[in-house]
Ligand binder design. Structure first.
Ligand code: UDP
Length: 414
């Protein structure tokens, strides 16, 4: 079987892979442990599944650990997530205690490995207090924040910040997210893996199957949003935009596809609200997908005419990247990481309201030449900026700098 690196050489070019090998030279046998709080669902798990494999192929001893807790822990960390993205939420002390105790319990299981690792990368707020429980750590600890912390609710940020003070570096996806912290902060946007089931080319027969499976009419336009059922993803706003479009055009179809993530307890509540808003409209297809339905999501993204990601806050939005890679223009919320990807009027449109989204949907459906042109530009933009080798290169560069930065000479490629 061909290695991932060999396959990337075919897609991104031999020199890109050669750069990765050179950068990985000084990192041979370095131990890197990534820690997050879910193995499936959501963008972080999606990224780690690939990043770890590629780092291992490059000779780095990269591992992925997942912390776990009871429902109150996930309730608390979901409140952190909402508060860091700007929502004013009072989190009871009892829940904060559960958060800290859950981290202490997980640290008891992971301490040995974490203290020995050369690099520990903690993803998002859930496992942040682990560092406090590893007093003899010898490696560099990095906080990798995937969410939009441009305007955090101060009370919650002030609670979390002290846990971050003894970290060696932080990574954010965008300059706007950077926060005052006493260590270097790096900007590394995420990426997608073009070789993953979610992104590989599909046989037309597979697309036809998805029309049948979900009762979609291939003769009518399909609008799609793929997302966890989360208020920040604004699924209700998407239905409102669809409602406005429907008044003017031959009937479009809307697909809202989303499963849950094991560390996101609010999905059912938001889904119920979405169903109420859809009001039994037979052209609104609400799909609850299994966490490993990657090929189905791939096929839906390819079957769609326009992809929406009408988020109100968005750390990055891998769903935007995935759709653009499939040559689809994206109508996205004018926020966070969507702004990095949707170049307004070139690779899609940035919008701030259901009315704005509806206006752009109508425009694209009436100007299909523009729709296709934007789709082509979208794919090129992803190819240039948001494929996995670029992200791996930046991670390797950061690790080389952190581990060897104080040396007079760093010899790459050995
Ligand atoms: N996803 C999925 N199934 C779903 C919903 C989302 O596999 O039902 C995937 C989606 O394709 C993307 C990731 O989960 O790869 C979501 O990442 P994104 O950055 O868009 O949002 P997040 O969930 O991390 O806020």
């Amino acid at each position: 079987m061909t290695s991932m690196l060999e396959q990337y050489a075919d897609i991104a070019g031999e020199d890109v892979v050669e750069h990765l090998r050179q950068l990985a030279g000084p990192l041979k046998n370095v131990t890197v442990i990534h820690v997050n709080s879910t193995r499936m669902g959501g963008g972080v798990a999606e990224i780690l599944a690939k990043l770890v494999v590629l780092q291992r192929e490059l000779g780095i001893d990269s591992r992925w650990e997942v912390i776990s807790g009871e429902s109150q822990f996930y309730g608390c960390t979901k409140s952190f997530h909402n508060a860091l993205q700007g929502k004013q939420i009072a989190i009871p002390d009892a829940l904060l205690k559960v958060y800290e105790e859950t981290n202490a319990q997980n640290a008891a299981l992971l301490r040995g490995a974490l203290e020995e690792a050369d690099v520990v990368m903690i993803h998002d707020p859930q496992p942040v207090p682990l560092s406090k429980h590893c007093p003899n750590r010898k490696g560099k600890w990095i906080w990798r924040c995937h969410i939009d912390v441009s305007r955090p609710y101060r009370k919650v940020w002030n609670y979390l910040r002290p846990f971050l003070l003894d970290y060696d570096a932080s990574i954010f996806s965008l300059a706007e997210f950077v926060q005052p912290l006493p260590h270097p902060q790096y900007l590394i946007p995420p990426s997608i893996d073009p070789l993953a089931e979610k992104n590989i080319d599909l046989d037309p027969a597979e697309l036809r199957r998805v029309y049948d499976q979900f009762n979609l009419d291939p003769a009518r336009p399909i609008l799609l949003q793929v997302s966890r059922f989360d208020r920040f993803k604004d699924p209700v706003g998407v239905i409102q935009a669809y409602g406005l479009v429907k008044r003017f055009l031959p009937p479009v179809q809307l697909v809202l596809a989303g499963g849950g993530a094991t560390d996101d307890p609010e999905g059912d509540e938001v889904l119920a609200q979405v169903r109420t808003e859809a009001d039994g409209d037979p052209d609104i297809h609400i799909l609850r997908l299994a966490p490993d339905a990657h090929r189905t999501i791939n096929a839906l993204q390819r079957a769609a005419d326009i992809v929406l990601q009408k988020s109100l806050r968005e750390g990055f939005g891998l769903t935007v990247t995935e759709a653009m890679w499939k040559g689809k223009p994206v109508i996205g919320g004018d926020t966070g990481g969507i702004r990095l990807q949707v170049v307004n009027r070139h690779t899609g449109f940035l919008v701030s309201s259901p009315e704005g989204a509806a206006l752009r949907i109508r425009y694209l459906l009436q100007h299909t030449d523009k729709l296709h042109e934007m789709g082509r530009k979208a794919r090129e933009f992803v190819k240039e900026h948001f494929l996995l080798p670029r992200q791996v290169r930046e991670h390797l560069t950061l690790m080389v700098a952190l581990l060897h930065g104080n040396q007079e000479r760093i010899e790459l490629g050995r």
